[in-house]
Every structure is written in C-alpha cells, then in structure tokens.
Design a binder for this molecule. Structure first.
Ligand code: URA
Length: 195
C-alpha cells in the first residue's frame, strides 16, 4: 500500500470512529493534512481555523502565509512538506482545543507521522509542542531540536522534534517574527543529516 493510501485509511478511520462528534457537528469538514506523503518535514499545528475549515487544507490563512514566507527563507515550498494539526476539526469560534479533544486525535496524528516517517517533526505552538515534549515552556525550548520517544501502535519510535512558536503568535508580536525566522534557519541541517 502506498503512503498516500495509508494516510487515506487513517482519515477514513477518524470519520468511521466518529472522533470528537461535537466538533464534527459544528465544523464544515475534517481537515486531515496536506502535502507530500514522503516529506522530510512534518509541521504540526493546533487546529483548523475559519479558512482551513472552509477549504479543507491546514494553514491557508494569515498564519499559513507567514509559514510560506518562512519556508521560502530556507528555499523550501509547502509542497516539499506535509502539514497537519493535532485536532482535525475547527473548534467553535477558534477556541483552544480541549485536553480530551487533543487526546482523542493524538493516536491518529502519531499514525499519520509514522506513515510519513519524516526526518523532523516541527511543532508549531505550545499545544502541539506539549503533545511531544510535555512539561516544558515553549519560551525555554523553541528552536532546540530534541530526540523524543513516542509509542505508535505498540512500537516505540524515536523522532527528532523541533519546537517552534506558532506563526499566528508572530502576527501579533513582531519580536516573535524574527525569533521564528531565526529558528527556521536550523531546519536545513536537520533534513540533510542522515538519521
Ligand atoms: N492555526 C493552526 O494551528 N492550524 C491551522 O491549520 C491554521 C491555523
């Protein structure tokens, strides 16, 4: 089975198992993930916003535009990467995802990443970072790659995780914009390294 087909299967499982029915009811559609299923880089955001809910693609609003700018700064395009979120339905009024919503989607996120098997997982913001690196402040660990052990379907995987601030935060805080752009510059070294 190709990676694309395996990812389609995980998407179908979320729908079939009726994960987070309350969110499914208020959202327009499931925003599963988008990009290259053989990418070296997987970005993990928080949850879809309004534009993502309308289009079915993650990070297509203002935060997504800034993500594209940061990718261009290291000569990469969105299509070189795979982009997804922890929570796959838009929470009402863009509220923060709840702990039980994140927990419900987590096994599917880990399976998704297991299929892609990237060289680096880039977590965008504190919600996504805490799923991989708990009990840490993003302000202390942003821009520092870490090797993290994650259990997936009965096996433990060791993945490289790069925690970054959420691009939306940079839209409100100009200082974070340059921090994010600086942190981005480490990415090429993480994807050329043979691990
Ligand atoms: N913010 C996120 O965390 N994810 C998106 O898809 C869009 C905005």
């Amino acid at each position: 089975m190709t990676k694309k087909v395996r990812l389609e299967q995980i998407k179908a499982d979320i729908i079939e198992q009726n994960i987070c029915p309350n969110l499914a009811k208020t959202a327009k559609q499931l925003v599963f993930g988008h990009g290259n299923p053989t990418a070296d880089i997987v970005f993990v955001g928080e949850a879809p916003g309004k534009k993502e809910d309308e289009t079915g693609e993650p990070f297509v609003g203002a935060a997504g535009n800034f993500l594209n700018t940061m990718l261009a700064s290291i000569n990469l395009k969105r299509s070189d990467t795979y982009i997804t979120n922890i929570v796959k339905y838009r929470p009402p009024n863009n509220r923060d995802p709840l702990a039980d919503e994140k927990a419900a989607f987590l096994p599917f996120l880990f399976s998704q990443i297991d299929v892609i098997n990237p060289k680096v997982i880039i977590t965008l913001g504190r919600h996504s970072t805490a799923c991989f690196i708990p009990d840490q402040q993003i302000s202390d660990i942003h821009g520092q790659p870490m090797r993290v052990e994650i259990p997936v379907n009965g096996k433990t995987h060791t993945w490289t995780v790069l925690p970054l601030y959420h691009p939306a935060a940079a839209l409100y805080n100009g200082g974070l914009r340059s921090t994010l752009l600086e942190d981005f510059q480490i990415i090429p070294s993480l994807i050329t390294k043979e691990t």
